[in-house]
Ligand binder design. Structure first.
Ligand code: RP5
Ligand code: MG
Ligand code: MG
Length: 271
């Protein structure tokens, strides 16, 4: 994964704020660099239930690197540092922007990513192999995000106190699924996932003081008779939804392609 490929050297989303240019070699905090980034926290965050107060607010006493009440401020990347002014520091280094941007939490913002897969099949139900690699083609339920128009895993934020297993299923339902009858089948399907990644997400919203992390699970429908047969329907922050053929050339949101490659290896699929 290239460090800060999407959250560096560009204009911050939903703003006109330009990130301070950070060449690759100056990303790590321990490399001395004359660094003077702008500070930006979007006004629309103020007062939202899902957002922290401002750090300068005296009543806000966050417990960094801890489970802080219901809010998980622990990073999968180990203990993160707090700078002299009391701001948590992005464990992956400089992004060219201070503040929180449009993220709700200072420090880690925890998400969950449900990667629902099935094999591509022809009209007769036979699994389709790729002509060159001769490997089976894997399909994933992908959504097109409303915010940046990119295709992505239908992930979402873990609500305070919510179990990750609940977030995974809830976000999939909200963003990708139409109404369906067989509740029990869907329950059983989501009860059997494989964790494929947990850690930092190279998300375009990240800043020096706020960043995305995720837990990604694969839910694989080997026979295509479970969730693989259900009608998809885009909802919530998804503009479109589809069963997408997976291969290395698909340009996906954040580092989602890099996460998906882990499943490709596990299932020995075409890539
Ligand atoms: C990504 O943003 C995560 O990997 C997850 O897919 C998603 C969560 O944010 P929202 O979809 O709620 O904006 O970086
Ligand atoms: Mg969502
Ligand atoms: Mg989402």
């Amino acid at each position: 994964m290239i460090l800060h490929a999407t959250c560096r050297n560009n204009v911050y989303p939903r703003s006109e704020v330009k990130r301070f240019p950070v060449p690759d070699k100056y990303v790590p905090w321990n490399v001395p660099f004359e660094y003077d980034p702008p500070t930006y926290t979007s006004a629309h965050i103020a007062g939202q239930v899902w957002a922290d107060p401002d750090i300068q607010n005296k009543e806000f006493q966050p417990k960094w690197n801890c489970l802080d009440g219901n809010v998980n401020r622990v990073s999968f990347n180990g203990e993160y540092a707090i700078d002299d002014c009391g701001y948590p520091l992005n464990p992956m280094g400089r992004t060219g922007l201070r503040g929180r941007g449009i993220l709700g939490r200072w420090g880690p913002n925890h998400a969950a990513d449900p990667i629902v897969t099935r094999w591509k099949r022809d009209a007769d139900g036979n699994v389709v192999k790729h002509l060159e690699t001769k490997k089976n083609i894997l399909q994933m339920v992908a959504i097109q995000r409303r915010d940046n128009k990119m295709w992505a895993i239908p992930g979402g934020m873990v609500d305070p106190g919510e179990k990750v297993s609940t977030t995974l299923r809830r976000e999939f339902m909200e963003e990708a699924l139409d109404s369906f009858e067989d509740q029990q089948m869907v329950e059983n399907f989501f009860a059997q996932g494989t964790e494929v990644y947990k850690g930092y997400v190279d998300d375009y919203r990240n800043t020096d003081n706020a960043w995305m992390e995720t837990v990604a699970y694969n839910f694989h429908d080997e026979t295509g008779t479970q969730v693989g047969k259900l009608k998809l329907s885009a909802g919530d922050d998804a503009a479109k939804v589809q069963w997408m053929d997976l291969d290395r050339n698909k340009e996906l949101h954040a580092n989602h392609s890099w996460i998906i490659e882990k499943i490709i290896k596990l299932l020995n699929a075409h890539w």
